[in-house]
Structure formats: C-alpha cells, structure tokens
Design a protein around this ligand. Structure first.
Ligand code: ZN
Length: 344
C-alpha cells in the first residue's frame, strides 16, 4: 500500500520527559520514524511525500489561537531571559474556571497539558508536515484508494482542539477523519494505540457524525489517567458515539483481539462510509512503555479483522517506541491489513 511520509519529522527531537520526577530524553525520538520507514519499504510499500497543504487541514479541528501559539511560541520563548531550549510550562490552569493569559509562560501552560510535549525550534514544522501527511493520505482515499498509510511523526491522538499533550501537537487522526467527512456522512475512528486517544475523543465528543472507539491500557493506572474510562460515552448529539474499551495492564493478544471484535461490532452498527485507524504500535509486548503484551501475530490478526470491514481506510501512525520489534510489528500490521481485505 502507499505510504505518505515527510522527513521534516527529524527536526523535532524532544529532550524533555519526566518519569516519576526524573528528567530524561523523550522516548518519542526521530529514530522511531526511521525504523518504521525502513520496515515499510523493506516490505515493498511505496513511499510518497505529502502535498503542501499548509495549515488548512489542521485548522479544521484546531483553534486559530492554538495554531498561532504552536507556530510562534518557540521563537518568542527563545527571547525570554534565561529560557530553556524547549518550551516547557511550569504552571497550568487546572480544573477551575480560568482566563486566557497574555504572558508566554501562561499561554504555554494553557496549551500544553503535561511535561511530555516540549516545543523545540522545529516542532511546528514537523507537526505541520505530519498533518499534511494525514491530509494527503485522506485525499488519496477520497480519490478511490482502498487504504493509505500516513507515517506521521510526531503522533497526534493526545492533542485536543487547543491543547498538546503526551508527545502530540496536531491531531493527525482527527484531521484525517474530518477530511474524510468531505465525502462521507459518517466516519469512524478506531484507535489501537496502547494509550487512550483522548484528544480525538475530545475533538468529536459532542458529534454524532464521527464515531470514536479506543482500545487501550486502563487509564486507572496508566496515561492519560483523566480520560479513557468506559463510562465516557459522548455528550449531547454525541451521546453513544464514543466507545472506550480499557484493558487491564499487561493484557496479551486474546483480550486485545476480543476488544477488537467489540469495536468492529460497534463500527458496523454505526455504518460509516470510511475509517481512520489510529495505529499505535506501543501495545507491543516489547515496547518500552509496557502497557499491554501484544505479539506480532496479534497485530497481524487485528489488522486483518479491521480490513474485513471493507471500508476505505486511512492508517495514521500514532505511538510505538524503540524496540527490536517496532519495524516488524508495522510490517505485520500492514501485511495483515492487506490479507484481510474482502475479495471483490
Ligand atoms: Zn501510545
């Protein structure tokens, strides 16, 4: 299948990440995309660069205020006396009614929910290119391709309409879903990343035209903690258009695939015209983040089941961190997807 990829991702190399209060280099490193690209090309998939869409696709799901912040903050932050190389806020508005601040430190706290989304000098260019990859893949599917894989980095599914978090800045999955809405009255998103797709859920939470389904490690004791629980089902028009399927930490293939079957049943009932798969590979048993224990065979089986829906599909890369299995798991997923397509 066709792969959309931009090498601009490499300019974003976040150095700030805290684990139990200890600062270390982020696990979201450029080498991730290098390994994924190498595995996909070795498997015979053809690579194309994204079209130059600019900010338009991102603007369909993100606020102007947030896009302006992302685009300008690194430059302005560098002018502050004694500023760090990356934008990392030290204050957040938390849960009480709050006023949008003018000060850069305050704006950073408003738009960056945690310490896992530092903004460096080239973060914007990388995030924008990833959003263009998602848009280009969607356009190819709208034009008749059965499936296209957008190799996006940085990932996107933790980003809300106006808030970065968990390595994510622009929500590539939501951008793809919104773009598919140009031709399809209903679109479904299936998120198989080990983390709940909280940003995607948030963006579509009050809508009944985009179904969001996420299979993930139980946020009771795993990032993103505040979202991803089974009782979050949507509000207003979006009631019952969000399905969360949390699994106990360390769950292996069988319960993961069973959750997949429940997800597919819900998607069939919704009868969408197209699908976006938020393709995190960090549910792997080998992933350093150790949330679930999915094998290569598990990824192959999940992909085949998803493909059996027969829907035009955009696959959007989300998480999945450095391990010897990272590239292999992508190759397994893409092969499983192609093998599971219904024969015409
Ligand atoms: Zn993840």
């Amino acid at each position: 299948m066709k792969i959309i990829y931009s090498d601009k991702h490499a300019g974003h190399d976040p150095q700030t990440f805290f684990v139990r209060g200890v600062k270390q280099r982020s696990t979201e490193q450029p080498e991730r995309a290098d390994r994924l690209l190498a595995a996909a090309t070795a498997a015979g998939h053809a690579v194309e660069a994204p079209a130059a869409h600019g900010m338009a696709p991102a603007a369909t799901v993100h606020t102007p205020e947030y896009l302006d912040f992302l685009q300008t903050v690194a430059r302005d932050w560098a002018k502050l006396p004694g500023a760090s190389a990356e934008v990392v806020p030290n204050v957040h508005p938390a849960r009480y009614p709050a006023t949008y601040p003018r000060a850069l430190a305050g704006r950073a706290g408003w738009h960056q929910v945690d310490l896992a989304c530092p903004i460096g000098p080239h973060t914007w260019e990388a995030a924008l290119a990833a959003s263009e990859s998602a848009a280009t893949a969607s356009d190819l599917v709208l034009g008749g391709a059965r499936e296209v894989y957008a190799l996006c980095r940085p990932p996107g599914h933790h980003a809300y309409a106006d808030m970065a978090g968990g390595f994510c800045f622009l929500n590539n999955t939501a951008i793809a879903a919104q773009r598919l809405r140009q031709s399809h009255a209903r679109v479904a998103v299936l998120d198989v990343d080990v983390h709940h797709g909280n940003g995607t859920q948030g963006i579509f939470y009050e809508r009944d035209d985009v179904l969001t389904v996420s299979i993930h490690a139980d946020p009771d004791n795993y990032y993103p903690y505040f979202w991803g629980h089974a009782h979050e089902t949507g509000v207003g028009r979006g009631t019952d258009c969000n399905l969360n399927l949390p699994l106990p930490l360390g769950s292996p293939d069988a319960p993961w695939l069973a959750a997949g079957d429940r997800a597919l049943e819900r998607i069939r009932a919704f009868a969408p015209g197209a699908l976006v798969v938020a393709l995190g590979l960090d549910a792997s048993e080998s992933d350093p983040l150790q949330g679930l224990k999915v094998t290569g065979a598990g990824f192959h089986a999940m992909a085949a089941r998803i493909a059996s829906l027969g829907l035009p599909t955009v696959l959007v890369q989300e998480g999945g961190y450095l391990s010897d299995d990272l590239g292999r798991n992508l190759a397994q997923f893409l092969a499983g997807f192609e093998s599971g397509r219904p024969t015409a």
